[in-house]
Design a binder for this molecule. Structure first.
Ligand code: AG3
Length: 274
C-alpha cells in the first residue's frame, strides 16, 4: 500500500477523507478550478476538483445511477433532460440508458473537466458522442435564466455548494429551474451529507420549499464521499418521486425499483433532523 495520501479539502466536513495515491496522472489549473487526477491502488483513477474528490472509478456508478434513475424513473415520459455540471459524463451516461430520452443537454462551466474526462475516464465519457447529447460550456445559472418550460427532468451534478457552484442552490436559481421545467417536471441536485453537512442540507431544503409544491430528499451511500448518507434533494412540480413509475430495462449495478424506494425509507429520521 502506498504511503502517499491525498487528503481532501472540504471546509465543511468535520473529518478529512483521504485516498492512498500510487501515481499522480494530471494536474492543471483551469479558468475556474484546480483539476487533479491520480491513481489509487484499490479505487482506480480519482478526479479531484478544488481539493475535493468528485468520484473514483470503483464506486462512481452508485452516485451516477442514483442521480439519474430516481428522477427519470419517477417521471412517466422523460424525453428532454438537462444536466447542469456533470462535465465528467457519468450522469449523462446513465440518463441515456433510458430510451425515452430524446434530447440530453449538458451544461458545464468548465470545458477542461470535459476534456479531462475524455482523456482519463473513457468509461464515464461514453455518451458525449451520442446523437441525443448537446454539450454547452457556460454558467448553469445564466443558462437556466433563458430557458422556459422546456425540460422534463433537470439534474444538477455540481461540486459542493461553495465557490463557483454556490449560486446553484439559491431560491433564485430554484425559481429559474421551476420555470425551465415543463408543468410536470422534476429537479434533483446533489446536496451533501446528511451527517456532516446538515446545515447545508437544511438550508437547501428550505429554499426548495419556497418554490416547489413537492420537496423531498433521498440518500445513497457513496464510499468515495465522507459522510455516509449522501443526500440528493428533489423539487417536483406534480409527481411524488418515492416510487418508480417506470421500469428501467437497461443494466445497472445497484439501482433497482426496490433500491429506489429504499433510498427514501429513512424519512422519519430525515424529518427529525431537517
Ligand atoms: N459531484 C459532487 C461531488 C461532491 C463531493 N463532495 C464532497 N465529498 N464533499 C460529483 C461529480 C460526479 N459526476
Amino acid at each position: 500500500m502506498s504511503d502517499v495520501y491525498f487528503i481532501e479539502r472540504d471546509p465543511y466536513a468535520p473529518i478529512r477523507h483521504c485516498y492512498p495515491v500510487s501515481k499522480v496522472l494530471y494536474e492543471a489549473k483551469s479558468e475556474y478550478q484546480d483539476i487533479l487526477v491520480f491513481e489509487s491502488p484499490k479505487f482506480g483513477k480519482v478526479l479531484v476538483l478544488d481539493g475535493v474528490a468528485q468520484f473514483d472509478e470503483k464506486f462512481e456508478f452508485i452516485y451516477h445511477e442514483f442521480m439519474a434513475h430516481v428522477p427519470l424513473c419517477a417521471h412517466p415520459n422523460p424525453e428532454t433532460v438537462l444536466i447542469i455540471g456533470g462535465g465528467d459524463g457519468g450522469v449523462l451516461r446513465e440518463v441515456l440508458k433510458h430510451p425515452e430520452v430524446k434530447r440530453a443537454v449538458l451544461v458545464d462551466i468548465d470545458k477542461e473537466v470535459i476534456e479531462t474526462s475524455k482523456k482519463f475516464f473513457p468509461t464515464l465519457a461514453v455518451a458525449f458522442e451520442d446523437e441525443r447529447t448537446e454539450i454547452l460550456c457556460e454558467d448553469g445559472f445564466a443558462y437556466m435564466q433563458r430557458h422556459k418550460n422546456e425540460f422534463d427532468v433537470i439534474i444538477v451534478d455540481s461540486t459542493d455548494p461553495v465557490g463557483i457552484a454556490s449560486s446553484l442552490t439559491t431560491e433564485q436559481f430554484f425559481k429559474y429551474v421551476y420555470e425551465a421545467l415543463k408543468d410536470d417536471g422534476i429537479y434533483v441536485g446533489q446536496t451533501e451529507s446528511i451527517y456532516y453537512h446538515l446545515e447545508i442540507v437544511r438550508k437547501i431544503q428550505h429554499e426548495l420549499k419556497k418554490v416547489f409544491p413537492v420537496v423531498d430528499l433521498y440518500t445513497a451511500v457513496i464510499p468515495g464521499y465522507a459522510g455516509y448518507w449522501w443526500t440528493i434533494s428533489v423539487g417536483s412540480k406534480k409527481y411524488q418521486v418515492r416510487e418508480p413509475l417506470r421500469e428501467l430495462k437497461a443494466p445497472t449495478k445497484l439501482y433497482s425499483a426496490d433500491m429506489h424506494k429504499h433510498a427514501f425509507l429513512p424519512q422519519s429520521f430525515y424529518k427529525k433532523l431537517l
